[in-house]
Design a protein around this ligand. Structure first.
Ligand code: BES
Ligand code: MN
Ligand code: ZN
Length: 460
């Protein structure tokens, strides 16, 4: 994919002038009489998102007007310029004046020009942006390409994105950056003590696996990323409804996002020893499927009773987290599309995060806001921990009362983390249900950009 950023064509690029309700009268006065008449005739009123292409006397495009929220507006969508990528005719453009945040505007422009083109030629025109002075083209390209990787992985349907294909994507990423790669497949998971990953994945003809990638100087701080890689979630025997199952190709969204984050971290050569673990499985239905009220051992040693086979994400993450935790990482981060309850609580655009480390939580919140990659802290509410009790095993994977589903999932995972200096858990959605500026409908990169900023600040 050629970068949407054009670093050479600044002189010939068509100017985009950002206007708000309050700056419009002055900007309008500065237009030539014909352009002013053209804007008025089109009823242009500088409403947020309004776009008007102004013709030159010879019929060429002279410039573009694009409306933004006023400084005083209750909410300013810093990604609004991302809509331009889908509105403009083919060509190269530049910012003629400052949007609210030029870096985020340029990033949104790139994120907004993403198309999923694996199965048919992308429609839409070739629109490029000459970057404003002082923006780091390599850095923005790195972020936009990582987001595109996450989106491509999520958008690819399960028939072409099973555990093996997800492993291949991780292997290709490892090879591009000189990282080491390994994979534990099928019954070998039992031998190597990953009983929960095996239990969830054993119904599918596509063997479960634990994908591992390692990169960087072993003397640097240890940062470990764990991503839920459920390549399709039918719910298992506690089968989902058809509407509940429809989007479940995206259930490897956590894996997609940790790979995107890893790509940024390695691309920027941050001073970390990076480790990525992805339990990759298909939660399928067959005669060898795990069943409600089955009990399994776990890598950590505690036994787990299956209250619901649809709470599979926490099971595969539990073994991967326990494994990650054994080497006492400085920072352990996991991401997964774990609960419908997270979406009920905060909606699809605002994933909850959990950590006991207050300083880390403050950094996460600040980086999320700065990158327009929103995240919201929720509590590891200890009084609910007893809801995980089982009458026959150490712990049950699905509390029966149905309350606080995202919190009880986080509390379940917390049982498997003991030695990591800090642990951060993200319950993401990884999907944009209806397009917004900079966020086309479909698979989404969620949390990875915010965490990349955090890691860059700590280890850049
Ligand atoms: N992958 C789903 C969670 C999910 C559903 C995320 C819809 C985003 C949208 C997960 O494996 C799941 O099914 N969770 C159950 C847990 C329950 C059985 C305790 C859920 O949220 O209903
Ligand atoms: Mn499920
Ligand atoms: Zn799932």
């Amino acid at each position: 994919m050629p970068s949407v950023f054009d670093t050479a064509a600044t002189a010939t690029a068509r100017p985009i002038t950002f206007v708000t309700k309050s700056t419009w009268p002055t900007i309008r006065d500065g237009l030539g009489p014909q352009a002013r008449q053209f804007a008025d005739a089109n009823g242009f009123a500088a409403k947020p998102g309004a776009c008007l292409v102004l013709p030159a006397p010879d019929g060429q495009i002279a410039q573009v007007l694009f409306g933004l929220e006023d400084d005083a507006a209750k909410h300013r969508d810093l990604f609004r310029p991302g809509a331009l990528a889908g509105l403009l005719p083919a060509g190269t453009y530049r910012f003629a004046n400052q949007p609210h945040d030029a870096r985020l505007a340029a990033l949104a422009f790139a994120l907004g020009s993403y198309r999923f083109s694996r199965y048919r030629k992308a429609d839409g025109s070739e629109v490029r942006l000459a970057l404003p002075d002082g923006t780091d083209a390599a850095e923005l390209t790195r972020i936009a390409e990582a987001a595109a990787l996450a989106r491509d992985l999520v958008n690819t349907p399960s028939n072409d994105m099973g555990p093996a294909e997800l492993a291949l994507a991780a292997q290709q990423l490892a090879e591009r950056h000189g990282a080491s790669f390994s994979c534990i497949v099928g019954d070998e998971l039992v031998q190597q003590n990953f009983p929960l990953i095996h239990a969830v994945g054993m119904a599918s003809t596509r063997a479960p696996r634990l994908i591992e990638l390692s990169w960087g100087d072993p003397a640097h701080p240890k940062v470990t990323l764990v991503g839920k890689g459920v390549c399709f979630d039918s719910g298992g025997l506690d089968l989902k409804t058809s509407s509940g199952m429809l989007l479940m190709k995206k259930d490897m969204g956590g894996a997609a996002n940790v790979l995107a984050l890893a790509q940024m971290v390695m691309g920027a050569k941050l001073k970390v020893r990076l480790r990525v673990l992805i339990p990759a499985v298909e939660n399928a239905v067959s005669g060898s499927a795990f069943r409600p009220l089955d009990v399994f051992p776990s890598r950590k040693g505690v036994t787990v009773e299956i209250g619901n086979t649809d709470a599979e994400g926490r099971l595969v993450l539990a073994d991967a987290l326990a494994f990650a935790d054994e080497e006492k990482p400085d920072l352990l981060i996991d991401m997964g599309t774990l609960t419908g309850a997270a979406r009920v609580a905060l909606g699809p655009e605002l994933p909850p995060f959990y950590t006991q480390d207050d300083a880390l939580a403050a950094e996460v919140a600040r980086c999320a806001a700065a990158e327009n990659d929103p995240l919201w802290r929720m509590p590891l509410w200890a009084p609910y921990d007893s809801w995980l009790d089982s009458k026959v095993a150490t712990i049950n994977n699905a509390p029966s009362n149905g309350f606080a589903g995202s919190i009880t999932c986080a509390l379940f995972l917390q049982r498997f983390v003991e030695h990591a200096k800090s642990w951060l858990h993200l319950d993401i959605y990884a999907w944009t249900p209806s397009a917004k500026p900079g966020r086309p409908e479909g698979g989404e990169c969620q949390g990875a950009r915010a965490l990349y900023k955090l890691l860059s600040e700590r280890y850049g």
